[in-house]
Design a protein around this ligand. Structure first.
Ligand code: SF4
Ligand code: SF4
Length: 421
């Protein structure tokens, strides 16, 4: 059974019903009911825009708190590449890794390292036969869910490879078992340090019979102060040498993933509104000969996630400096002993079984939806078309659909009542 767990939630006590989030939600998932915002779970893509815009702190993301983690277990930190862009005057990545070890993590497996493997796997995948083009990155879970819910005809074009944070969890666990045969599998726990709520939702959403490689997801905001404190006193040792190169770190910002493929025909876009425009164009076949499309819900990429403490553009600048201190791409599939394992497991059965069926909810009932939309279009003609939001729906068109679906009453449109006298 599919079970999708949203991380974005509302605190009704704090909500004033101001309608700011109602207007900003890119997929019109919010309504105001009884003067409080409510989120339609079937529509929400966990992009975090409503958290960003709510001035009353009524929206938040749930995640695993650092204080709740059991450090008596073999805890492996999985820092997102964007974490390395959060610190001023950071000369070398060692300090972040040592800081995490000093916080009590038993090991650190950089997600940027897994990203370098995903780069190789994507190249292998794209060189295959009968691959639907353009191939669309599946690294941003907001984009994957958006495609699944609103652009289902593009599903076949998503890269069928697990995103780097999940692959990092899998590889980190395998390394721990190899290096510490005394450990029981249940004693090893992986903790992803996330810049965005959508990755929390991804990791918390499981399907029966499937393996989740990330046990806990905490937020960068939650880790930041403790880590900064540890970093101030940390002395990097041999265990804190970074294992990822500049290719992996660049995944934190827009175009990093696409550029690493060395494929000239690619398109990248960030910001949820731009992403939707590109997907609209892709769906209607308006874009020309493109090999690869990288879309990021946040600007300028994951560094702009709502759970990251720094301004995304500042973090990007810091990462650009840091990239000069590491080698280009130390992690290559062909260099590792277990290439056969990767080949068999990831591009075929592993990904198809997990990466695609992992996003739950299934496709909406298109026929029912089309019928309702047709009725709503007719009703919308009779509405004032002011998109004032006073009815609790974001636009007159959305209100018409809510009425057709029985979620609102035509009398809720006060403007129409006034016009009619
Ligand atoms: S922005 Fe949305 S959640 Fe925040 S107070 Fe206004 S209506 Fe409520
Ligand atoms: S997280 Fe994004 S999709 Fe979900 S309700 Fe907020 S703005 Fe809308």
């Amino acid at each position: 059974m599919a079970k999708y767990t949203h991380s974005v939630a509302i605190d009704p006590e704090k909500c004033t019903g101001c309608t700011t989030c109602l207007r900003r939600c890119p997929v019109e998932a919010i309504r105001i009911r009884d003067e409080k915002a409510v989120i339609n779970a079937n529509q929400c893509i966990d992009c975090g825009e409503c958290i960003r815009v709510c001035k009353h702190n009524a929206k938040h993301a749930s995640y695993d708190k650092l204080s709740d983690l059991d450090f008596s277990k073999y805890l492996i930190a999985l820092p997102a590449p964007s974490l390395f862009g959060q610190f001023n005057h950071l000369d070398e990545a060692d300090f972040v890794i040592q800081g995490l070890l000093d916080m009590g993590f038993s090991d650190v497996y950089e997600v940027a390292k897994a990203a370098e493997y995903v780069t190789d796997l994507t190249r292998i995948y794209m060189a295959g036969e009968n691959v639907a083009r353009p191939v669309i990155s599946s690294a941003c879970p907001v984009v994957v869910r958006l495609i699944k819910l609103r652009f289902p005809t593009l599903c076949d074009q998503l890269v069928p490879i697990l995103p780097p944070y999940e692959l990092a969890g899998k590889l980190a666990r395998e390394r721990a078992l190899e290096e510490h045969p005394e450990l029981k599998p249940e004693d090893i726990k992986t903790v992803f340090i996330s810049p965005c709520p959508a990755k929390v939702s991804w990791a918390k959403s499981v399907m029966e019979g499937q393996t989740v490689h990330v046990d806990y997801v905490t937020s960068m905001n939650d880790v930041y102060m403790t880590l900064l404190d540890k970093m101030k006193g940390s002395v990097p040792g041999p265990d804190s040498a970074p294992e990822a190169g500049s290719v992996g770190l660049r995944w934190a910002t827009t175009s990093g993933e696409a550029a690493s493929l060395m494929n000239e025909g690619y398109l990248t876009a960030d910001g949820i509104d731009n992403v939707i425009k590109v997907l609209d164009d892709l769906e209607s076949g308006m874009l020309g000969d493109i090999g690869f499309v990288e879309l990021n819900a946040c600007s300028p990429g994951c560094v702009g996630g709502v759970l990251a403490p720094s301004n995304g553009y500042v973090a990007r600048l810091r990462l650009q400096s840091l990239q000069k201190t590491v080698v280009v791409k130390p992690n290559n599939l062909e260099d590792i002993e277990s290439l056969e394992r990767f080949k068999g497991e990831i591009p075929s059965d592993y990904t198809e079984a997990e990466a695609f069926t992992y996003m739950p909810d299934g496709a909406p009932n298109m026929f029912k939806m089309m019928l309702a939309m047709k009725k709503a279009e007719a009703l919308a003609e009779k509405l004032p078309n002011k998109d004032c939001g006073a009815c609790g729906s974001p636009t007159c068109r959305a209100f018409a659909l809510d009425v057709v679906n029985g979620e609102a009453k035509i009398e809720d449109c006060k403007v129409r009542s006034e016009l009619q006298g």
